[in-house]
Design a protein around this ligand. Structure first.
Ligand code: FA5
Length: 349
């Protein structure tokens, strides 16, 4: 048998074996047997080349290389087929089911009181108000004195105050946890000139008994506008717009006379209960109205105290109870639910 016949035999046998081999290991050992550098059948043929005459050398060389290339391509195709088959097999055997829907992680969200506070601020910022902030630990001066509560004034008793032990300001007065957001008015007016329109959201503290509508830590959004010729009509118009933005076009407001030392006149503002169309429900306690905020025109003493001239500018201010708004918005009749942090309750908002 000539070398060319040997090459033909190698070709036929190797291609036949490649077609029948059924796993990657056998394919690799087949490759080494036929194409291995040292001992492979093809290499052995090529090693004979130096012993051949030039014509044979050319023919055998060409033939051997052609078979080598064909076999390499064939082995490569088979390898891909076997790899795919083995991947499919392991996928079908494993417990992984790629068609199952994912188990989405539970995402946290903002607390309903925070959402409500953000909503209130967003309504006022759309109406042209800027955001202002103040600290929770305040001076007695900003929380009371500058807001027209002189020392020993009985109105101070209306706010049961938490004092910060052993911490006193330069005048010797104790620091306190702010009892309302109104001191932000003082801070802002002292550092800005009118016209000014601000809202100041934040946490406030009162040493009060907790019940369905009272907490000892709660949130307020303070509003303040100081400009030329501000009147009660501006306050009423603005609060009416606010109520309609937040609770819908049917919402109405009503003013009741009240007293806060830092405004004159002082009022309390109720919003019509849109949950029951004012027919009476458990949230509005059958009255058709919900008390939501205190307000009034900034007292001339306060304006003078921050260096403004009450003959040239006037202003209105209001302080909204955020929890009360949240209760109304979500139809919750007990404020304590907001603080218990029961995930089943909070998940609803
Ligand atoms: C004040 O705090 C005034 N600073 C509001 C104000 C600002 C008046 C500017 C005039 C001008 P009052 O104590 O009424 O006012 O509180 C305002 C709102 O906070 C109330 O209408 C109520 O919605 C809410 N609120 C009062 N006390 C509590 C409490 N203990 N728990 C939860 N919300 C409360």
């Amino acid at each position: 048998m000539s070398i060319l016949d040997d090459i033909e035999t190698i070709k036929t046998e190797s291609l036949k074996e490649v077609s029948t081999v059924d796993n990657l290991e056998s394919l690799e050992s087949l490759r080494l047997r036929f194409l291995g550098r040292k001992d492979g059948h093809i290499s052995k043929v090529l090693q004979l080349l130096p012993t051949l005459n030039p014509d044979e050398k050319k023919q055998v060389g060409r033939q051997a290389n052609e078979v080598k290339r064909a076999l390499e391509a064939c082995i490569e195709d088979k390898k891909r087929l076997l790899e795919d088959a083995s991947l499919n097999q392991s996928l079908s055997q494993s417990a992984l089911d790629l068609t199952l829907p994912d188990r989405s992680a539970f995402r946290g969200k903002l607390h309903p009181v925070t959402q409500t506070m953000d909503d209130i601020v967003s309504v006022f910022s759309r109406l042209g108000f800027n955001l202002a902030e103040g600290p929770e630990v305040e001076t007695d001066f900003n929380n009371f004195t500058a807001l027209n509560h002189p020392p020993d004034h009985p109105a101070r008793d209306a706010h049961d105050t938490f004092y910060v032990k052993d911490l006193r300001d330069a005048s010797g007065a104790p620091f306190l946890l702010r009892t309302h957001t109104s001191p932000v008015q003082i801070r802002y007016m002292k550092s800005h000139q009118p016209p000014l329109y601000i809202v100041a959201p934040g946490r406030v503290f009162r040493h009060e008994a907790v019940d369905a509508t009272h907490s000892f830590v709660f949130h307020q959004v303070e509003g303040l506008a100081v400009d030329k010729d501000i009147s009660m009509a501006d306050l009423k118009g603005m609060l009416g717009l606010f109520a309609q933005h937040l609770f819908g076009s049917k919402a109405r407001i009503r003013f009741r006379p009240s007293f806060f030392p830092f405004v004159e006149p002082g009022i309390e503002v109720d919003i019509s209960c849109t949950l029951c169309d004012q027919k009476g429900c458990r949230v509005c306690k059958q009255s058709g109205w919900i008390e939501m905020l205190g307000a009034g025109l900034v007292h001339p003493h306060v304006l003078r105290g921050v260096g403004y001239n009450p003959d040239q500018v006037s202003g209105y201010a209001f302080g909204i109870g955020v929890e009360r708004v949240a209760m109304f918005k979500y139809g919750v009749d007990d404020m304590r639910l907001f603080y218990e942090n029961d995930i089943r309750f909070l998940k609803q908002f």
